[in-house]
Design a protein around this ligand. Structure first.
Ligand code: PHB
Length: 396
């Protein structure tokens, strides 16, 4: 027997995008069901960080997801660029009076899930969406199975694919999972987690001779660092000594505080924007709609921008019956999506050394870094992009 449920908005994916959308819709009195193939423990237990931009912080705090206390102590008022033996600090506060927060993303998820539970609308975990049926009608259905094999169906007026880069919802909107615009990169990141105190108060993005290095942090005791590597590299083949050498060579004037490395992984990335973000009553948002390379940490912030546009469009539809903002969703969301796609691509190409880079390419790249860092306008451009452009839609 298929378990049939009914709701106004069926949301596939209990990640930051799907959960924030459900939260904001509920504030406007709109009912939704969020489903996810994973368990609640899996979603809440994977320790993840995210940089949240100034506008995203405002939404999370004002809509009651996060408290200012939770954000205390993780505010970053600048980042450093290291290149060609130079260090340069982009001072966000003095440049544009903004900041970012290096935030434990899993805590946002814990809070968002708690908000759903309080609203009496706990996400359905271990519910794996398989397809969206009747996608071109005004009563689309999400069909799937629970992990124990029981079929379910969610009958909704609107369906949202917030189901990440492996999105099944893309097919209903674009005819295939792959229709869209791609860019591959000839490098990846080798990432480590280690037990050590922070080496730097702020993030260091470095364009070193051998390529990119990033010094980031998780907590007072756990650090996250990356260096550029071949996407085919097997993470287990690199010794701890080699890792520390590569990382240390990447930074100027900072001695890295070393400690036991307890995780090593190779992260591949690419740029992608789906051809369309909406067809009829089915929508894509977050990583289902687009992915960016991690340089610049735009992913979650961009998901929130989509969610605000979508929330506004669905709120208008359910309160007035008008589809005007629904028709504008794709155009509205794509403006910021392509700006963030550009920013992430630009940060990536400016700070990585392509395997086939010529001497001309390398000198040009340093020219670009000097041009930017020596210019007041260049500094402001990076500060504005990094801390995030204002959201076009309001959550209220
Ligand atoms: C991270 O801490 O994992 C991180 C920080 C900044 C980035 C990307 C990743 O741009």
């Amino acid at each position: 027997m298929t378990n049939v449920m009914k709701t106004q908005v069926g949301i596939i994916g209990a990640g930051p995008a799907g959960l924030l959308l459900a939260h904001l819709l509920q504030i406007s009195g709109i009912d939704s069901i969020v489903i996810d193939g994973k368990t609640r423990e899996d979603i809440e237990g994977v320790v993840k960080a995210g940089i949240i931009e100034n506008p995203a912080v405002e939404v999370l705090v004002e809509s009651g997801v996060t408290t200012p206390e939770q954000l205390a102590g993780v505010r970053h008022d600048g980042v450093e660029f290291h290149f060609d033996g130079h260090t340069h600090r982009f001072d966000f506060k003095s440049l544009i009076n903004r900041s970012v927060w290096l935030y434990p993303q899993h805590e946002t998820l814990i809070d968002l899930i708690a908000a759903r539970v309080r609203a009496g609308s706990e996400p359905l975990f271990e519910h794996l969406a398989e397809d969206i049926l009747d996608a071109d009608t005004d009563h689309p259905r999400i069909v799937g199975k629970t992990v124990s094999g029981e079929p379910f169906e969610i009958q909704a007026q609107m369906v949202v694919g917030a189901d990440g880069s492996g999105s099944i919802a893309r097919k209903a909107v674009n005819g295939s999972q792959f229709a869209g615009f791609f860019r591959e990169y000839p490098f990846a990141w080798y990432g480590i987690l280690c037990e050590a105190p922070p080496s730097s108060e702020e993030l260091i993005y470095s364009r070193a001779e051998e390529g990119f290095v990033l010094i980031s942090t998780r907590t007072d005791k756990i650090q996250r660092m990356y260096f550029q590597c071949d996407p085919e590299l097997d993470a287990s083949t690199v010794s701890d000594a080699e890792i520390w050498e590569k990382l240390q060579r990447g930074v100027t004037g900072t001695t890295l505080k070393q400690g036991p490395i307890f995780r090593k992984d190779v992260l591949r990335f690419r740029s992608f924007v789906a051809e369309h973000l909406n067809k009829g009553n089915v929508f894509l948002c977050g990583d289902a709609a687009h992915t960016v390379p991690p340089t610049g940490a735009k992913g979650m912030n961009l998901a929130f921008s989509d969610v605000l546009w979508l929330n506004e469009a669905l709120r208008e539809f359910f309160t007035t019956g008008s589809r005007a903002l629904i028709e504008k969703y794709e155009e509205n969301a794509l403006n910021r999506i392509w700006k963030a796609e550009h920013f992430s691509y630009w940060m990536t190409s400016m700070l990585h050394v392509a395997p086939d880079a010529t001497e001309f390419d390398k000198h040009r790249q340093l020219g670009e870094l000097y041009m930017l860092t020596e210019s007041e306008y260049g500094n402001k451009l990076i500060a504005e992009g990094y801390t995030g452009w204002a959201y076009g839609a309001s959550w209220k």
